[in-house]
Write a protein that binds this ligand. Sequence first.
Ligand code: ATP
Ligand code: MG
Length: 334
Amino acid sequence: TPRVFSGIQPSGNLHLGNYLGALKRFADAQNKGIPSIYCMVDLHAVTVWQDPAELRHSTRELAVGFIASGLDPEKSILFNQSQVAEHSQLAWIFNCVARMGWMQRMTQFKDKAGKNAQNASLGLFAYPALMAADILAYHATHVPVGEDQKQHLELTRDIAAKFNNDFGVDFFPITEPVIEGTGTRVMSLRDGSKKMSKSDPSDMSRINLTDDADTIAKKIRKAKTDPEPLPSEVKGLEERPEARNLVNIYAALADMSVDQVMAEAGGKAFSEFKPMLADLAVEKLAPISGEMSRLMTDVSEIDRILGNGADRARAIAAPILRQTYEIMGMVGPR
Ligand code: ATP
Ligand code: MG
């Protein structure tokens, strides 16, 4: 039976890449009637230091971001990771299944740890084992994510396969990554070779879901491009990462293919295309940010939704963890 799981870190600055690569696509699964579990992964966020007040705020803001993007907390399960202890418990098991060498190959660790990797937290290094636990604690079969998470999902498959093999069982599913569409790799507005990120120090590099219309228009106007107009064919975008990024964003926001966008906008100068993109972005994002601010006024309701989601999540994860322990020979109550 299919089950969808995905997570987003409550590390502030929820942006257009998170929306197009993740949030917008989550509602699709829910609306197809597939049971879906969505997690604010606060334990992942604290792999780098978070200010407690900001973490609290970002977790609630992310929760309302999910709801404003079309997730229904009655149909889907929405909760924050720290409240379901099974994630951490299964992560420990997976720390013992995964190999050091597997972790050392992870490009996200290298990017985030930077030059001084000895000074990175142990948690940042072990992050992919916790991510595997997030997914496999629910026996999730499908994980919609952005392109940047591909390597971590391969590791999740490796962990599941190694566990099954080590204990001679067919217990954890080999999860399918779902990475489809033009929105799965939104690049920085300042550098077409870097992905748009919450953690990019430049606010001009990303469009935040909380940006107002003027800010969105300004960021798109100032987005880095080359001086040539858009090519007339898709092929002409190949060597032009910044141009391709803006076309991809347009396509993802408009639910159009890149071919359709090029049929409409091919040959236009950026002075013409950028205002078209800004109008579209404002049209699509303003209702979401409006709904987010409205929902943010009722903190106790948000906390109630997350608490209810955690209870429902735990009801699925607890028996799976118990069976995991049993498979491994850990004695417990019968
Ligand atoms: P950080 O920089 O702190 O890692 P992030 O922007 O990468 O933050 P995450 O919480 O790590 O956000 O990722 C949440 C989801 O958003 C994941 O599914 C991830 O693949 C997706 N995502 C993140 N950045 C992009 C992007 N630029 N384009 C498309 N999807 C993205
Ligand atoms: Mg990330």
